[in-house]
Design a protein around this ligand. Sequence first.
Ligand code: SAM
Length: 333
Amino acid sequence: MSSPAADRRETPEGVAYFIDKKPDPADFLADVLAGLSKSSKSVPPKFFYDETGSHLFNKICETPEYYVTRTEVALLETYGAEISRLAGPSRAVIEYGCGSSLKINALLNCLTDPAEYLAIDISKKHLLQTAEDIAGTHPTIRVGAVCADFSRDLDLPRTVGEGGRRLAFFPGSTIGNQAPEEAEQFLKIVRKTVGHDGSLLIGVDLEKDSKILNAAYNDKDGHTASFNLNLLHRIRSELLGKLNMSQFRHDAFFNERLHRVEMHLVSLCDQEISVGGQTFHFANQETIHTENSYKYTVDRFTDLAMSAGFRITETWIDPDCLFSIHYLEVYGG
Ligand SMILES: C[S@@+](CC[C@H](N)C(=O)[O-])C[C@H]1O[C@@H](n2cnc3c(N)ncnc32)[C@H](O)[C@@H]1O
């Protein structure tokens, strides 16, 4: 993507460029077929996020049980001056999995004269909305958007960061959706992207009392359940899958041994579903494993960051020890 083929028709007002590398529907089908063919059925969590999935995720963020969003925003606001001092002026900020503009707004407000903002997300409409919002509220910043799967080695426009060092931003503990080995590979991609003088500001959810974690992923209003079930909705509407959504239910629980919250869709009966011309049998109570959210201690995250070639310069934690944000610099950079 060194010479970005920007899609001008879809580029929102005020946004300098939009590059559409949204995964093809054939990729979605291939991953669903591969995942449902496994002995323990699973589908990667990135497929939750179409327009409806992003909207439901925003609803989750507003629930009293989901402490992540309000805690991380409060950390960004409380420690904004320290973050700004570490980052220095004129940064080109690259955000992975931006979702809404809430957190990037908090970060851009605390940085000194940020030069650029590049938003990356797999959920296209939501991405474009966020880019447009930021271009509107921060008219002096050059804003770009890339719709892509960030787990691939993205070759971002060479021009990003020409006027200032790159700062990657990866909030929301989205890192927790990757198994530690995948997270290490991903952080290595980020390290390569920001370059030897670059840095990363990352939000990481902390391991804690299972009651708090189980409540956070089973909100009383049922937004997390709808978010999980949205995967089946996408399989039905986009892949023309034949399945009955009422024959599955949401399940989420903290798996203490593996340090992760697991999310599943549980089959409520013995049944068959079909997708892409293939039929899959489900026993009663058999599940599709749809998401992991790994929880870290500061020590475990420090080891992960170091194995990916970063050193942690600063860590900030809220008074209730729910959530952490870390400022990382490239090791030896
Ligand atoms: C857990 S949400 C976090 C959203 C936001 N950053 C926050 O902190 O509230 C994950 C975000 O990453 C995006 N996402 C998930 N997997 C992705 C992937 N493989 N490539 C690009 N974006 C992805 C989703 O669309 C969503 O906006």
